[in-house]
Design a protein around this ligand. Structure first.
Ligand SMILES: *[C@@H]1O[C@H](CO)[C@@H](O)[C@H](O)[C@H]1NC(C)=O
Ligand SMILES: *[C@@H]1O[C@H](CO)[C@@H](O)[C@H](O)[C@H]1NC(C)=O
Ligand SMILES: *[C@@H]1O[C@H](CO)[C@@H](O)[C@H](O)[C@H]1NC(C)=O
Ligand SMILES: *[C@@H]1O[C@H](CO)[C@@H](O)[C@H](O)[C@H]1NC(C)=O
Ligand SMILES: *[C@@H]1O[C@H](CO)[C@@H](O)[C@H](O)[C@H]1NC(C)=O
Length: 438
């Protein structure tokens, strides 16, 4: 048997970090830096996640930052229940595979599914610290008041704990409790049928036609399973003598298992070594296909589902500018689905071609916008509202502090009325009607 994989390294930017020794152990070796810096997973590299040297933003000419709206994703967590079930299956399949002997067992406990890990508490805490530094002038002198700074999360332990951690980063040292002068804050959780943060759960039509019974998604998975995952499963089965051969559906779960071993245990030697760099990206593409269909442009419903959040945003801005509300910051903790749906409803981050099962490897590599490329644990989506001389109002939107252009706006600082015009009838949408089923 020959091993043609070595030549693949050249296509990877940081090829130094991947090595493969065909004669000794038939596995690939990845470093933590390689996996993090190439944004192969949700994990954010520590140099940005925990950065302390944050420079304050500069304001556009003759403008003042008046209000902040934020949607963040919760911090790093343990795997979800469904992944744990797949990891149990992988444990059985790899029980007798010698290269897997140190890590084939599934260490993830069902009772911890979806809970934050330690790093997941630190990430939102640092996001809070970074917010204070980046918006130093804005926060300066702001004393916590629940009418002025509003905290909110969905009803899950990971988002609730994350919003608490964020508030500690933002306000600690400015409160009155204990040695650290902690600031107790009030935060509300939105119900599971909330149409602003859990808009997908609140939408019956989405559940019945997008999340379930989705013919397009089934077809995409079918094509991808047979065209792309099957050869990888075959290669792995032959190389490690797995019998009966590995079902292709497990390939993306090998990727995911590797992701969680790195996330939770800081180890890159578990599961990752089974995949070549190319197979790595192809396995991840399976998940990006899924997210594209269920929360992004794959389905037209997703281009509207963020409308209730955006409606509240618009009302929150106008109430404040009209002097009818004292709220200057609306800070919410939710999920990657929430962020991705809001972005999709705003019409941003569209690739030149759809995220599909038919893309070539070269095209997959060049995709700029997919869930895995855009979103980290604890990603932040900030909306900055400026009031400028002559009563001009501007909005700027940033994902992980990178501003982006909304199609139709003249610059990253978008004129408020233009922004509303672009959103059109998404503002004030009839969510109930849109989500009625059948
Ligand atoms: C692993 O080996 C044990 C003992 O030889 C055998 O009973 C078991 O069926 C094997 N499992 C698999 C998945 O091959
Ligand atoms: C979502 O759709 C599935 C499949 O049709 C159905 O079994 C389930 O009850 C639905 N859930 C909700 C909350 O409507
Ligand atoms: C591949 O195609 C076969 C039918 O030809 C189907 O039964 C199978 O589910 C497909 N595999 C995957 C992984 O989708
Ligand atoms: C993870 O392991 C590397 C060494 O491989 C070490 O440098 C790093 O500090 C560890 N990170 C954490 C969060 O434990
Ligand atoms: C001001 O806000 C309150 C509470 O949100 C609302 O009931 C009232 O209608 C608003 N008034 C104006 C003039 O917008």
């Amino acid at each position: 048997m020959t091993f043609p994989y070595r030549i693949l390294y050249t296509v990877f930017i940081i090829n130094l970090f991947v090595s493969y020794n065909p004669t000794l152990c038939k596995t690939y070796k990845y470093t933590r830096e390689y996996l993090l810096n190439n944004h192969l997973f949700y994990l954010e590299p520590p140099q940005t996640a925990f950065a302390q040297d944050i420079k304050p933003i500069s304001y556009p000419d003759k403008c003042d930052l008046k209000q902040l709206h934020l949607v963040t994703r919760h911090g790093s967590r343990y795997p979800d229940a469904n992944s744990i079930l797949f990891f149990d299956e992988l444990e059985k399949i790899f029980a007798n595979v010698s290269v897997a002997k140190n890590w084939y067992k599934n260490p993830f406990l069902m009772r911890q599914n979806y809970q934050l890990i330690k790093r997941g508490e630190l990430e939102p805490y640092f996001d809070g610290l970074q917010s204070r530094k980046r918006y130093a002038k804005f926060w300066d002198g702001v004393k916590y008041d629940p009418e002025v700074v509003k905290f909110q999360s969905t009803q899950t332990s990971r988002t609730g704990a994350s919003i608490m951690a964020f508030s500690e980063g933002l306000f600690n040292g400015k409160g009155s409790l204990d040695n650290c002068k902690s600031q107790p804050i009030y935060y509300t959780t939105t119900p599971n049928q909330d149409d602003t943060l859990f808009m997908f759960l609140a939408c019956r039509r989405w559940n019945e036609t997008v999340f379930s019974n989705n013919k397009v998604l089934d077809e995409q998975f079918y094509i991808y399973g047979n065209k792309t995952l099957a050869p990888i499963a075959k290669r792995i089965s032959e190389e490690y003598n797995i019998s009966p051969p590995l079902d292709p559906i497990f390939v993306p779960h090998i990727f995911n298992n590797c992701q969680f071993w790195l996330t939770v245990y800081n180890r890159t030697d578990a599961w990752c070594p089974l995949l070549s760099p190319k197979e790595f990206l192809l396995s991840r593409h399976y998940w990006d296909l899924f997210y594209y269909q269920i929360v992004s442009y794959g389905n037209p419903l997703n281009e509207r589902l963020g409308c209730r959040y955006l409606t509240q945003l618009v009302n929150g801005v106008e109430d404040h500018l009209n002097g009818n509300s004292s709220m200057i910051a609306d800070l919410r903790n939710a999920h990657s689905f929430t962020i991705y749906m809001i972005l999709t409803t705003m019409g941003v981050f569209k690739n030149k071609y759809p995220v599909s099962a038919d893309l070539t490897y070269e095209q997959i590599k060049e995709l700029e916008y997919t869930e895995y490329r855009l979103i980290h644990w604890s990603s932040t989506l900030y909306f900055e509202i400026y009031k400028c001389s002559g009563d001009t109002v501007l909005i700027r939107v940033l994902l992980d502090f990178k501003p982006f252009l909304i199609p139709g706006c003249d610059s990253e600082y978008c004129e408020w009325n233009k922004f509303k015009e672009i959103l059109g009838d998404k503002i004030g949408c009839d969510f109930e009607k849109m989500c009625a089923y059948p």
